[in-house]
Design a protein around this ligand. Structure first.
Ligand code: GDP
Length: 302
């Protein structure tokens, strides 16, 4: 499938150890682990996770727990799976009981925020959820227009800024009020993602978060951070900053159909302790999948 093909490069990088493992004996251990370390680093696992994985395998090999190449490979896959799921398997959206539930989508421009919002709306709508979109990226007029296209495409209603100087927080607050009055189940909020301007994006996001919380206690229920899966380890400091400021509840990793860099997914989940909830595997409506850690591990280790 698309996830599998998107990780072909990561898989090729990691496949170099397969042959070594095939003929593995105890004397080869250092050589195999050195190659594995190299392969993990090239695949963007980052030094911290790489050392964790390699040392854990070394201990189990020397301790006699792993006795064949096949067992080592299985152990490797299990370690990665554990890293991805150790904070529970809470990959489903947590929407609470009050309605409307509010989902805010944040992330830097170009990462795939608006596209992911559209795809998520499509997905939820097919489950019978009544969706209202909110065009909270008031900074770029084009962003609202783009979201409007997704609203039409998915048959969802949308609240957009009135006037050019509308504040993002007031657009979102209006949308949630309307959601409450008109019986919507979920308000999906787009936000701005511009960097390097005088105006503080992080302050705006805090204001947005507070504004929706004033309308519905406990909102936003989900604060989803969209990360571009092709950016590799660069996504880490970005994710850290968003998390510190607004508190991220889940990740959406996009562009995993392209030349995605698999290791950074493990790194970001481990470092932030935040689950991946969805993955983007293309630009079409149906190209957003719930994250499946086992399928992910199978896609990066053939
Ligand atoms: P935003 O600025 O964060 O709102 O990003 P957009 O939603 O406008 O997306 C930026 C570009 O990435 C667009 O050309 C999208 O079509 C593309 N894109 C978003 N998600 C995916 C994905 O999962 N796969 C691929 N191949 N392209 C994507």
């Amino acid at each position: 499938d698309k996830l599998f093909s998107g990780f072909s490069k990561t898989r090729d990088n990691l496949a170099v150890i397969d042959e070594l493992l095939l003929y593995w004996n105890l004397n080869d251990t250092d050589r195999v682990l050195d190659e594995l370390e190299e392969a993990l680093l090239v695949s963007d696992f980052g030094p911290r996770i790489t050392i964790k994985i390699v040392e854990s395998l070394r201990e189990d090999i020397l301790g006699g727990k792993l006795k064949s190449g096949a067992e080592i490979k299985d152990a490797l896959k299990n370690i990665v799976l554990d890293l991805l799921t150790k904070n529970g398997k809470k990959t489903e959206l947590q929407l609470g009981y009050r309605r409307p539930a509010v989902i805010m989508i944040v992330g830097v421009n170009g990462g795939g925020k608006t596209t992911s919002l559209g795809k998520l709306a499509y997905r939820l709508k097919n489950e019978g959820v009544k969706i209202l979109m909110a065009a909270g990226d008031t900074f770029r007029a084009a962003a609202s227009d783009q979201l409007e296209i997704w609203a039409k495409r998915t048959g969802c209603e949308i609240v957009m800024a009135e006037g050019e100087k509308a504040k993002a927080s007031s657009v979102l607050s209006q949308a949630v009020k309307r959601g409450k009055e008109q019986g919507f189940d979920v308000v999906l909020c787009d936000t701005s993602g511009r960097l390097h301007t005088n105006y503080s994006l992080m302050e705006e996001l805090i204001a947005c978060k507070q504004a929706v919380g004033k309308v519905v206690p406990g909102a936003p229920n989900e604060m989803l951070l969209v990360l571009d899966g092709t950016t590799g380890l660069n996504m880490l400091p970005q994710a850290r900053e968003f998390n510190e400021v607004v508190g991220i509840t889940g990740l959406i990793l996009t562009k995993l159909d392209g030349s995605a860099r698999g290791g950074c997914v493990v790194s970001v989940v481990d470092e932030l302790g935040i689950p991946v909830k969805f993955v983007g595997v293309g630009e079409a409506l149906e190209d957003l999948q719930p994250f499946d850690a086992e399928a992910f591990v199978d896609a990066i280790f053939a």
